[in-house]
Design a binder for this molecule. Sequence first.
Ligand SMILES: NC(=O)c1ccc[n+]([C@@H]2O[C@H](COP(=O)([O-])OP(=O)(O)OC[C@H]3O[C@@H](n4cnc5c(N)ncnc54)[C@H](OP(=O)(O)O)[C@@H]3O)[C@@H](O)[C@H]2O)c1
Length: 428
Amino acid sequence: MTQALRLGIAGLGTVGVGVVKIIRRHADLLKARTGRPIEIVAVSARDPDKDRGVNLSGYAWETDPVALARRDDIDVFVELMGGENGPAKASVEAALTTGKDVVTANKALLAIHGQALAEMAEAAGRVIRFEAAVAGGIPVIKSLTEGLAGNEVTRVMGVINGTCNYILTRMQSQGLGYNTLFEECAQLGYLEADPNLDVGGIDAAHKLALLASIAFGTKPNFDGIEIEGIEHISLDDIHQADDMGYRIKLLGVAQRTPRGLEQRMQPCLVPSDSPLGQLEGGTNMVVIEGDAVEQIVLRGPGAGEGPTASAVMGDVCDLARGLRIATFGRPADTLVEAKPAITGLPAPYYLRLALLDKPGALAKVAAILGNAGVSIDRMRQYAHAEDTAPVLIVTHKTTRATLDIALEDLRKTDVVSGEPVALRIEQV
Ligand SMILES: NC(=O)c1ccc[n+]([C@@H]2O[C@H](COP(=O)([O-])OP(=O)(O)OC[C@H]3O[C@@H](n4cnc5c(N)ncnc54)[C@H](OP(=O)(O)O)[C@@H]3O)[C@@H](O)[C@H]2O)c1
């Protein structure tokens, strides 16, 4: 019989248990598809006594994930613990240096240490696969490295944090405020232990760093991403954007510009009738543009036991078949440093200002924008709330740098109350 592919799985939480279930449920199907059995040899987690809802009795138990990674009776080390350092990094390194391929769902680990780990893998003649780390069940890495390999990618965009999209779409559809929905997400277990990873845009930025590296052949550069979370988005923004034909999304964008690689993870306005605008709830969407294919849109569940385990198993099956693609889609020593292009390409912006009820206030705002070189496309004034009135402005295309000059001057006037809100309108 053809030799089995032997797995060691570290981490038996949401994703790990999902992987065990698929391997048990689909043993015959996996063998038929890959031509060989896929077997779990040993597992590791912190608590050996926890009931995980699956039968683990046939697998060896290792208390230490590094010891599991070093076992000489496994071919592939499956890291599903999480964390950018600690046992995840130590065990992945141990696996590579002792001759195992690695499958992981750990975006933080790869966004921060991806280049060093890819080099380590290549030196050892091994590969690291991480489909589950980006957009859960959507096979976006496979699409970029395989299906779209004939394209020069020009732009990758995505809504790749389900929790943020859940909050923003519930604000829109239910009229609930950000704080209420944040609490709801905490109770439903939708938030990471550190919620700032979700609502602060960091988790999504980790994923964007990985997508950008594969799309543009650059070293993963998490520090080069402009990151802004959704905490300051108000119901007023949601409703007024809607009024103008837009939805607000936490959107990741990576694109080549004449000034370098632009990588942004920030709340943006997108047209309500675009695929991104219509994306509801916790679902993810990735849009890829290439010179030959033009545009493709991938949509699906970005998290959860089944979808994430599905992506892990796609990688495991590739290894069972002998498909060995370099970690970021090309040899690690050919990845180049990405020259970060901060606030590169001009775009229209949405501005919301709380204007004090003073004569000539609107004229003053228009003059400040004009003096900075920001021209107004549309402007609306809404009903007064006490002594201020919200004013919504859509600008013509401008750079963020130019807009920032105008915002600084607006803050200094005596007609604007509070902090102006400025959101980019993304052309999608
Ligand atoms: N959940 C998702 O929907 C999702 C989606 C995409 C990617 N991911 C990624 O998948 C990975 C796992 O996520 P998850 O949601 O499955 O996490 P989880 O439910 O918190 O499970 C983590 C598992 O790792 C084990 N673990 C933690 N520290 C350990 C240590 N020092 N030694 C041995 N085992 C250790 C835990 O053991 P105990 O059970 O004994 O505590 C637990 O079984 C993360 O990198 C995450 O970012 C998750």
